[in-house]
Design a protein around this ligand. Sequence first.
Ligand code: SAM
Ligand code: SF4
Length: 335
Amino acid sequence: MNIDRHGRTIDYLRISVTDRCNLRCRYCMPEDGVAWRPHDAMLTLEEITRLVAIAAQEGFSRIRLTGGEPLVRLGIADLVRNITQTPGIERVAMTTNGILLPKFAKDLREAGLTRVNISLDTLDPAQFTHITRWGDINDVFAGIDTALRVGFNPVKINAVVVRSLKQDLLAFAKLSISRPLHVRFIEYMPVGDPQGEDGLGWSVQDTIPNQELIELINERAEAGGLGRLIGLNSATSPEGWGPARYYRFEGALGTVGFISALSRHFCKECNRLRVTAEGDLRPCLFSDLEFSVKAALRSGDDDEVRRILCEALAAKPDEHHNQVGTERLMSQIGG
Ligand code: SAM
Ligand code: SF4
């Protein structure tokens, strides 16, 4: 059932396990966090595990846990263990801000998590605190160190790039040289951005097209004697489930990747379905169309869960047509 109407194989489920977070990135969440919801509005860990088991029977084999911040969800390592032990699930990954990795990485690794993406948008400590409202960049660095130490592979660093941040792009790219880190530059997406006086005021116009980004990095790298980035093919790129294009500096242990959701449509290669923390299946990041599986999961009606999964899959559009949903924040969808 996991081939959609447009011929794409959909085998990758991205699950938001919470809409809470220990940071408040200004482009992702308002300062007060998300509106209070009763505890039972969220899927329980058992319900998430059940959903994964049914999805696996329908051909899903890769799971990413995201949020909000997945590491603030109580019992997260148990959830990872349950998912990795689900027949049909081949790989489990997590997207995290990294702050709590020193505390949980070892348990997560033992529970079967193999891959982590750590979000970090700037290398400047003051700018990091400003973007996240109160975060300490040293906690993220400690999280990255721990991720490498416990043996996650690959460890990817996700940086949302916008012109107005004036990020030191070369310093980011250089993180990939002496350690096996895969640095990915991601285009900002105007999904549910809590704009307003407290926001960062980013807009689509603020994005830097990939080709320009690559050129900027190459110019600076050449001036610094590093040489230009070398393009990689699918055999030499780190294994990924998404649409990044990868490069490497000569002799580097890691890679540099570029992801553009808006300027280069990757909809043709779309392989995913999203689940919100409240149990809504979301066929496309950019559309507010959702299908709730919560009631079916709660009543133990697996066939109905399966039917709703099929319905959500059938509703996957061919592409996002530059429409952007507005009803949910990125922290609720999971990025
Ligand atoms: N808390 C975790 C983290 O920050 O990695 C996981 C959830 S977060 C919503 C997932 C990713 O979405 C992060 O890398 C974040 O930078 C990215 N993100 C959030 N809002 C975004 C936006 N408007 N455009 C592009 N990426 C965004
Ligand atoms: Fe939290 Fe991640 Fe959103 Fe930042 S991007 S507020 S860390 S969910």
